[in-house]
Design a protein around this ligand. Structure first.
Ligand code: C2E
Ligand code: CA
Ligand code: CA
Length: 238
């Protein structure tokens, strides 16, 4: 796993990390999750792999706790296949308890497209997790083809505005950008907003001006290994 920092725009401090998985193969070199996650989903290997990713991510969280960082959150991507697995909620809660980390420091990221199908079932699973204090984020918000009515009805803690809008901003500029509207809509229903794929200062400025809560992207840092992530934390959160 690599970890990418998420910067809080109000405090200008790192408030969390997203765990992103990779395979380093002797034969093939680095393989990105965009290549192997779909295969792992098709073969259902995502279930044991996902469990390892969860454990490894929580181990990182525990390590941060031991270093005295008690408020930093770790975000973990969960695929639909994992979420729909019969024992997902029970297993996840069991692992969290075994690892002795705080539920409130764990964010499960679920892509918006998942809600287009199985809305009721997924919503039910999310509610169960949230009852125990685990946080939930809608990932890739705005490009998932799900109904706006339904997505805004979901009880989630965070929305992550897809890179698409952040890229588009560079092309169309602040007047025509819809990002500000997405932020105010989300704030109205009590969600915390993270913008993804922030690469330029101009994007950060616009986002800060429009009340975006957090940003993630190469402007702050690429995903990095555990030790480098801790180094970033020490730099930003002095
Ligand atoms: P995602 O969850 O939307 O993750 C963000 C992706 O954008 C990551 O790609 C990240 O490296 C990349 N990124 C971050 N900042 C920037 C930026 O400023 N510019 C650009 N161009 N890209 C940026 P990555 O690591 O290749 O992951 C791709 C996707 O694979 C993720 O998209 C996620 O859907 C999936 N994935 C990654 N790790 C896991 C995992 O542990 N489990 C599952 N189920 N899916 C995962
Ligand atoms: Ca994600
Ligand atoms: Ca995303």
């Amino acid at each position: 796993l690599e970890f990418q920092p998420i910067l809080d725009l109000k405090s200008n401090k790192i408030s969390g990390f997203e765990a992103l998985t990779r395979i380093d193969s002797d034969k093939l070199g680095r393989i990105t999750p965009l290549e192997f996650i779909p295969i792992a989903e098709k073969t259902k290997l995502i279930i044991p792999i996902g469990e390892r990713i969860l454990k490894y991510s929580l181990d990182f969280l525990k390590h941060l706790n031991n270093l005295g960082y008690r408020e930093i959150k770790v975000s973990i991507n969960i695929s639909a296949i994992q979420l729909m697995e019969k024992d997902f909620v029970r297993n996840t809660l069991k692992i969290i308890e075994e690892m002795k980390v705080a539920h409130k420091n764990i964010i499960l990221e679920i892509t918006e497209s998942v809600f287009a199908t199985n809305y009721e079932e997924i919503n039910d699973i999310i509610n169960k997790l949230r009852r125990f204090g685990v946080l939930v984020a809608i990932d890739d918000f705005g490009v998932g083809y799900s109904s706006l009515a339904r997505v805004t009805e979901l009880n989630v803690d965070f929305i992550k505005i897809d890179k698409f809008f952040i890229n588009k901003f560079l092309e169309i500029g602040p007047e025509k950008s819809r990002i500000g509207d997405i932020i105010s809509m989300s704030h109205k229903i009590g969600q915390i907003v993270t913008a993804e794929g922030v690469e330029y200062e101009s994007q950060k400025e616009y986002l800060a001006k429009n009340g975006c809560d957090k940003i993630q992207g190469y402007l702050i840092s690429k995903p990095v290994e555990k030790e480098a992530a801790i180094k970033l934390l020490k730099e930003y959160n002095k």
